[in-house]
Design a protein around this ligand. Structure first.
Ligand code: NI
Ligand code: MN
Length: 226
């Protein structure tokens, strides 16, 4: 499993030769200005909810790449209206087998209005079960006791958790979330992009260390293999 960070909550993950892109928000992100989005050609785009900081570049990248876009029903309907026809609608509690593995949609406690004010359904997280490991992408969410269900349901090898506070859970709650899902390897997301969510990197990684967990804060444009 190879992971590439494109800033904010946007990651590409390569599994079984397929590239899965999560929550594309690159061109409006000043911190990600060196990323050339024309070069991003995923096979799948997974979108957790409708907020622009998760969907801003979805239409462009979907049209460029022909990727299958997986999201909730309301968001896939909206994408249809923007000319993106290759979509797979899902909703919380459901799972589906794709070429790279199984995707299960799980609860996220947040909101989901689309950029033009359209109703964006309910926000979700994604649990990916694959031959190359299991991954939990939490999306934007508060800490919720439902995360215990995710940890009971599957052994999770790596989890992408929001840590920026203000709009989502912050570092302290993310450490509890990591306990709930029984995962030691955490990749931070949804931090530093805006003034409200700037974090102290050293303090964040130290707090995770004290809790016996590893927090990775990837550099934008950086790739790593797990
Ligand atoms: Ni959001
Ligand atoms: Mn967000």
């Amino acid at each position: 499993m190879k992971i590439t960070y494109y800033g904010h909550s946007c990651f590409a993950v390569e599994i079984k030769g397929k590239t899965i892109l999560f929550d594309p928000f690159i061109t409006p992100n000043e911190l990600a200005k060196d990323i050339d989005i024309e070069s991003i050609k995923p096979d799948f785009i997974l979108i957790s909810h409708g907020h622009s900081d998760h969907i801003a570049d979805a239409v462009r990248i979907a049209k460029n790449s022909g990727a299958t876009v997986v999201s909730n029903y309301e968001i896939t309907e909206w994408l249809n209206k923007q000319g993106v026809s290759n979509v797979h609608p899902m909703n919380i509690g459901g799972h589906w087998f794709f070429e790279f593995g199984k995707v299960k949609c799980v609860v996220a406690v947040h909101s989901s209005t689309l950029p033009d004010g359209s109703y964006g359904g309910n926000p979700m997280g994604f649990l990916l079960e694959t031959d190359e490991g299991n991954l939990y992408y939490a999306g934007d969410t508060a800490l919720t006791y439902d995360m215990k269900l995710i940890g009971d349901y599957k052994q999770i090898d790596v989890a992408f958790l929001p840590i920026g506070n203000n709009f989502t859970m912050g570092i302290d709650n993310a450490i509890i979330a990591a306990d709930f899902i029984k995962c030691e390897k955490i990749i931070g997301m949804h931090y530093d992009t805006f003034g409200y969510i700037k974090i102290d990197h050293k303090e964040a990684t130290e707090k995770f260390n004290v809790a016996g967990k590893e927090l990775t804060l990837m550099k934008i444009g950086e790739s790593k293999s797990l």
